[in-house]
Design a binder for this molecule. Structure first.
Ligand SMILES: Cc1cc2nc3c(=O)[nH]c(=O)nc-3n(C[C@H](O)[C@H](O)[C@H](O)COP(=O)(O)O)c2cc1C
Length: 230
């Protein structure tokens, strides 16, 4: 498409509400709607330095063994500390802690003691020498098992050795743990300093009729036909 005909993402000159916009992506910030994301806090300690940094680009990778991944830019102080420590914690915070979390994402541990400045306390890991921040409702203790650069971030991979979580946020004392929705408010991030959480009233379990009735999975839509005329 000629450059002058490119529309801004999200703009739609048509009267139809369901008009798609195709966009050649050069920078991820050009694309709307791929948020919100669950914020995690990466905790690292080496010698006397303890540091915490929020990361919304994070994901589970494997059930067994349990493996977790997080994208960290190499200029972060957390990244350099992690190269020495070889282990880290991944923690999840309630929505009520958004200001503390945002502070940790606005300062660098290179020049600040983030724990001191935010009044956060930690417990040390049971399995690894990693900091577990005490306002978190869930923390994983991870051994660094892999890392690889992709573009301007590194994908950091950790094997989860153990977890610490608040018991009053679960409905059961043993697996399968389900969140107790009455007091569970995970912190989600929209980018640009905007935070949210989910709406309990809109949280439902969807039945799976194809399992019960032995119906086949609906077919995938067919791929676009390539035209030789273009
Ligand atoms: C909510 C939130 C999410 C963030 N997500 C990421 C992320 O996924 N990866 C990353 O490298 N930086 C991310 N950042 C930026 C870092 O947290 C920020 O640069 C921080 O100051 C780095 O701290 P450090 O230098 O002490 O490691 C995020 C910031 C905020 C506020």
């Amino acid at each position: 498409m000629p450059e002058q005909n490119r529309k801004k993402p999200g703009t739609n000159n048509s009267a139809s509400a369901n008009q798609w916009t195709f966009w050649k992506v050069r920078h991820l910030r050009e694309v709307p709607l791929n948020y919100p994301r669950l914020v995690c806090i990466v905790g690292v300690a080496h010698h006397k330095r303890v540091n915490l940094m929020p990361a919304s680009w994070n994901s589970p990778i494997s059930f067994q063994p349990p493996i977790y991944g997080v994208a960290i830019a190499p200029e972060r102080f957390t990244f350099s500390l992690l190269q020495k420590a070889k282990c880290f914690s991944i923690s999840f915070f309630p929505w009520t802690e958004r200001e503390r979390v945002h502070l940790w994402g606005s300062l660098s541990g290179k020049t600040t003691n983030k724990l001191q400045i935010s009044g956060e306390t930690i417990q040390w890991g049971k399995w690894l020498p990693v900091p577990l921040p005490n306002h978190a409702y869930l923390s994983f203790e991870c051994t660094l098992i892999g890392q690889h650069p992709y573009g301007d971030h590194w994908w950091i991979v950790g094997q989860i050795e153990g977890a610490r979580f608040l018991q009053n946020l679960t409905t059961h004392r043993e697996p399968p743990f389900l969140p107790n929705l009455n007091n569970f408010q995970p912190l989600l991030y929209f980018g640009r300093g905007i935070y949210t959480t989910f709406d309990k009233k809109k949280t439902i379990q969807v039945a799976r009729p194809w399992n019960q009735q032995q119906q086949p999975t609906p077919p995938e839509p067919s791929p676009p036909k390539t035209s030789s005329a273009s």
